[in-house]
Design a protein around this ligand. Sequence first.
Ligand code: ADP
Length: 453
Amino acid sequence: MFEKVLIANRGEVALRIHRACREMGIRTVAVHSEADADAMHVRLADEAVCIGPARSSDSYLNKPAIISAALITGADAIHPGFGFLSENADFAEMVERHGITFIGPTAEQMRLMGDKITARKVAQEAGIPVTPGSPALESVDMAIEWAHKIGYPVIVKATAGGGGKGMKIAFNDEEMKEAYTMARAEAKAAFTSDVVYMEKYLQKPRHIEMQILADKYGHVVHLGERDCSIQRNNQKVIEESPSPALNEQQRKEIGEIVRKAIEKIGYTNAGTLEFLYEDGRFYFMEMNTRLQVEHPVTEAVTGIDIVREQIRIASGAALGYTQDDISFSGHAIECRINAEDPETFIPCPGKITEWHAPGGLGIRVDSEIYSGYTIPPFYDSMIAKLIVHGKTRNAALMRLRRALEEFVIEGVKTTIPLHQEIISQAEYIDGQYNIHWLEQFMEKLKLKQNQSK
Ligand code: ADP
């Protein structure tokens, strides 16, 4: 087992990794930007190294600085968390070249699954159902030709895509011309590669993803699904496990398909296969070769510490259990709480003057925040994840309502009021929602507010 792990990230996930290491008796090294000297994970880690100025490109994305920090402190492994360098195959390769273990899949596996076109091909060949789609598009004419083959509506996507960027929907040829040009431009700006392709655009799907764990000896298990359909701008807002849309049989079926496919691909460490789900059918979208923000809902229903498993697998340990050993218990829901205006979604960094996190049975709060902490304006606006677990979905919902009420965050605006609105809606309570539900609901909310003004 590793003796010292460097955490190449910030915020709540850095703390999450620190906690797993601590429980495993592993020492931790925090790296941080000049803006994060006061961060909780920096305070708690055994050692801390400043790796550059506030801008992510100068610090959390600064590969030589991070690797130097690992060498100087004698860390034997690096956990990349999510975002930043977590899906950067070049970084993983560079880390390994310096004799340090990258906690994640191999660089080769990351490259394979990091490109959406290749990932779709690999998944399909391994028996996973995918959305009908095109190869890389080289011109508007080619895009139109493929749109006719697949049938409108279609969605143009960046093959290097992530974070909902570089995606454009087209319902006809006219819209396709614009969608193609805009998706390329957006992809170029966000990912440097402007390669785009298209997929059939499903009109009322749910986003359901499967969590897997795979060791270096070919053992693979799935940890069930997460329903992440409550989204805004293609970004997840609330996630839950199990999905209210699946029954036991469907879960088993998709779980087995995924498990066998991962065995065949020979992928290692933790990963997530994202699907759209419509009318009883699954369509593979992409694979995330890293820890996901919403992993705690899976931990709540399986009792498995996913970060711990990532570290064990990377160190060469075998899983030590099979699919039959995994049981699912109860229901878990996660709310992503952002420091944002709940109506305009404009980020709201600043000083937290008061902080009281909810507690009690079935409540977990993953956050780097403490009273008196100042949220820097340079990074993601997510400041906390509230995860609740109950015996049934209804019990989890009641607990969530109570926990949101109890949460006190003063000094900055947060999205807590939005979460309270969402979970009090009949459709949410009944589990009757798809990926468009939240945006449609917010439109209605706005109309109502305007009318009452
Ligand atoms: P990213 O890598 O940027 O997160 P994804 O491919 O995972 O992009 O898609 C993000 C979201 O966009 C999905 O959760 C879904 O809401 C929407 N989406 C993506 N592909 C489709 C599709 N073919 N049809 C309908 N919605 C889609």
